[in-house]
Design a protein around this ligand. Structure first.
Ligand code: URP
Ligand code: ZN
Ligand code: ZN
Length: 457
């Protein structure tokens, strides 16, 4: 199939010009003004923007967590992603403590295979680094094409690794060109505060927030950068960064010439801790780390423009309301996570580009191009160039629409953004040369999405 997109405002991480894009099969074959190419389908994109399909580097689909499973599986989650202009996601394989990485990978392949509508990859979450795990790392990087290794510095007793394991993992992974990423909060401090609040009978969702103060994240972020430095790791990556204190630890790491990437998530930019004042309804926003203050949002927006924060992800981890009710009488039992996979791009465009906080080029950088570069998929993904996968979003920057659980496609019965009016809407999505979303319809079935092997760098 060949397609030509005509008269589009083409936006990449560096360019912004009007032109045509010619697509043959799964890839882009030419870009230019008034292209003289014969195509089977012509899309007139006059007045619309075209940018690379989004890459969401932090999602949890069908994940066993806190006694339940995240409510979007590979089919529903990746369909919702496509509706929102995201054409690739990176999920987390979670090692079960005492078991191998390979058995976890097999388990996740069982969930994803034949079920995804958009392309996907995995981070390997190491929760038990020992002599057996160590021997598995080389193949996971070189044969399976999984180059990023996630650690949790929190969730004590379930997922958390100690510093000895972290150092062991960093030293092993760097041998093969992989790198370590982390959920950077101090699990022991949090564990203490959770127990203290519970002992005092403070059981509402507000105390989830009060059990994870900024210092817990700043401390762990600093410790992580120190360990990267000590192990001579060329790079490292902090997931879902929320606050000024943690960002400043990254800033300090740059003073000693370290490369530590920071990912924030859309929620930390656009909503804040005042939402923890709503009684149990606040469970909708119980996530870890929790939402922060306005001053943290300002720091994160500035960090994006300073190049200290390279990605805006979602940490999409939805739970139905009845699952959130598991913690009705005890905040520590509320499954942590919130749904956003469908609205990351539109929220960031509306709140970021349309409100003058970031440029359209920066938007492309943090929603797509940087993820492709950092995670070893560029220029196949994250770019508009001849030879790249034709993963493209045709976007109306002016169209207004309302976010609602009544109309979203995620498998969750509420929205953290119910009733928000956004300016800027995904109109058409192409994924590997196929029109997958048009006129609010999805034209692809489960199984279209492919696993993307990544390269170490
Ligand atoms: O609350 C969150 N973030 N849930 C998902 C697990 C994690 O920590 O990323
Ligand atoms: Zn996390
Ligand atoms: Zn997560």
């Amino acid at each position: 199939m060949s397609i030509i997109i005509k008269n589009a405002q083409i936006i990449s991480a560096t360019d912004n010009f009007t032109g045509d894009i010619f697509i043959e099969g799964e890839t882009i074959s030419a870009i230019g003004k008034n292209l003289n190419a014969k195509a089977e389908k012509i899309i007139d994109a006059k007045g619309l923007m075209v940018f690379p399909g989004g890459i969401d580097p932090h999602v949890h689909l069908d994940m066993p967590f806190m006694g339940t499973y995240s409510s979007d599986n590979y089919e529903t989650g990746t369909r919702a992603a496509l509706f929102g202009g995201t054409t690739m996601v990176i999920d987390f394989v979670l090692q079960t403590q005492g078991k191998s990485l390979r058995s976890a990978l097999d388990e996740w392949n069982g969930r994803s295979k034949g079920n995804a509508l958009c392309d996907y990859s995995y981070h390997m979450a190491v929760t038990d680094f020992n002599e057996h795990t160590q021997k598995e790392i080389k193949d996971i990087i070189e044969k399976d094409g999984i180059t990023s290794f996630k650690t949790f510095m929190a969730y004590k007793g379930a997922l958390m690794v100690d510093d000895r394991q972290m150092v062991g993992l960093m030293n092993e992974v760097k041998k093969y060109g992989g790198f370590v990423t982390t959920h950077a909060t101090n699990g022991d401090m949090i564990d203490y505060l959770v127990a203290k609040h519970k002992a005092e009978g403070k059981l509402s969702p507000l105390y989830h927030y009060l059990s994870q103060p900024e210092i817990t994240e700043a401390e762990a972020s600093g410790r992580f950068t120190d360990l990267l430095n000590q192990t001579g790791s060329k790079k490292g990556y902090i997931v879902h960064m929320t606050c000024e204190g943690a960002l400043n630890r990254i800033r300090e790491a740059t003073f000693r010439n370290q490369q530590v990437y920071a990912e924030t998530c859309i929620q930390y930019l656009v909503i804040d801790a005042s939402l923890y004042d709503k009684g149990f309804e606040s469970a909708k926003w119980v996530m870890s780390p929790p939402l922060r203050e306005k001053k943290d949002q300002e720091a994160l927006w500035a960090g994006i423009n300073q190049g200290l924060v390279q990605l805006v992800a979602t940490d999409h981890c939805p739970f139905m309301w009845k699952q959130k009710l598991m913690g009705e009488n005890d905040f520590s039992k509320i499954p942590n996570g919130h749904p956003a996979i469908e609205h990351r791009m539109e929220l960031l465009f509306s709140e970021g580009v349309n409100k003058g906080r970031i440029s359209a080029n920066k938007f492309v950088e943090v929603t797509s191009t940087n993820a492709a570069k950092i995670f070893g998929m560029f220029p196949k993904k994250g770019s508009i160039a001849p030879g790249a996968d034709a993963d493209l979003v045709i976007f109306d920057p002016k169209e207004k629409h309302i976010v609602s659980a009544k109309t979203h496609h995620m498998n969750v019965d509420y929205s953290g953004y119910e009733g928000w009016e956004l300016t800027g809407k995904v109109k058409t999505v192409l994924h590997r040369g196929k029109v997958v979303i048009e006129n609010n319809h999805c034209f692809v079935n489960k199984g279209y999405g492919e696993f993307v092997k990544r390269s170490a760098n």
